[in-house]
Design a binder for this molecule. Structure first.
Ligand SMILES: Nc1ncnc2c1ncn2[C@@H]1O[C@H](COP(=O)(O)OP(=O)(O)OP(=O)(O)O)[C@@H](O)[C@H]1O
Ligand SMILES: [Mg+2]
Length: 273
């Protein structure tokens, strides 16, 4: 993927969300739009914590994404990337630190409450219902909605046409790349204001990876900020506005995607030279 592709990323269709990252057709009387116009749209700030009563995995770890941007988290296996994502989504008790969405402290909220606030999350594993059809998976994604979600489903099918062709097929019968499209599509069904993706290109071929990245850029282009973990560090940093390198639960390097790609230390240690 080239910088040209980046500067002209995605299409001009802003139908999945409103243009400013606030987008949702779900009326929310409690919305505090632009509560913190300067700060990141979503931030897990100085998070420390681990699983249950176990040792801390995260050590004052910070990850964030700004409005209209793509932020990418990279780092070695076991660095705590997924743990940091789970902490931001409320699946982990943080012993210290805060999670803020659009300026509001949501540290104490359940994952379900965070979805209602506009967060979409695609976990690294078990991110689809394999015995259900593609369409049933998308319907499950719309579980919090009380309005008509058929328009959103049509938008997901526009974004991922193969899913429309296979909508009556069991999701478990799809290829790896197609399953990831189901997982992302499912998360989009709530019309999230921000999307968190944990290794959306895991286990797919380089061609499918490029294709998925293009679709992710397209989603970002509709105004949904994206916070994602990626193993394909170089390619991911190429499309990243902001990058975080985590090592042993700590922030090792932070910068723009370009800065990290140019950093000799980052290149040597994490990008294969
Ligand atoms: N459910 C869990 N219970 C206890 N410890 C866990 C759990 N999940 C992960 N860990 C531990 O937390 C640490 C960080 O794991 P995590 O999955 O966050 O790493 P990661 O950076 O996402 O790795 P990968 O690149 O392999 O996905 C590891 O030491 C792991 O063993
Ligand atoms: Mg992980």
């Amino acid at each position: 993927m080239t910088n040209d592709a980046y500067s002209d990323r995605g299409n001009k269709d802003r139908s999945i969300a409103n243009a400013d990252g606030q987008g949702s057709a779900i009326p929310k009387s409690t919305d505090k739009a632009h509560a913190s116009p300067g700060g990141p749209f979503l931030i897990g700030d100085a998070m420390t914590g681990g699983y249950g009563t176990g040792p801390d995995i995260l050590h004052s770890c910070t990850i964030a994404v700004e409005r209209g941007q793509i932020a990418v988290i990279v780092g070695p296996n076991g660095a705590g990337k997924s743990t940091a994502m789970k902490a931001v989504f409320g699946m982990l008790n943080v012993r210290s630190g805060h999670v803020k969405l659009d300026g509001e402290d949501i540290t104490g909220l359940s994952p379900q409450a965070r979805v209602a606030k506009g967060m979409g999350f695609v976990p690294q594993t078990s991110n689809i219902f394999t015995t259900m059809t593609v369409e049933e998976n998308l319907e499950m994604g719309a579980f919090i909605r009380r309005d008509d979600f058929r328009g959103t489903m049509a938008q997901v099918y526009d974004l991922f046409p193969i899913l429309k062709d296979k909508r009556h097929q069991a999701a478990g019968e799809l290829s790896g790349g197609q399953r990831q499209q189901v997982a992302v599509g499912r998360a989009l069904m709530t019309q999230p204001k921000v999307l968190m993706l944990d290794e959306p290109t895991a286990g797919v071929s380089p061609i499918v990876m490029d294709e998925l990245f293009d679709r992710i850029i397209e989603v970002a282009r509709t105004g949904i900020p994206i916070l994602m973990v990626e193993q394909n560090a170089r390619q991911a940093l190429e499309i990243a506005d902001k990058g975080y390198v985590l090592v042993q639960g700590r922030n090792a390097y932070t910068g723009t995607g370009k800065e990290l790609l140019a950093d000799p230390e980052v290149r040597r240690s994490f990008l294969g030279g």
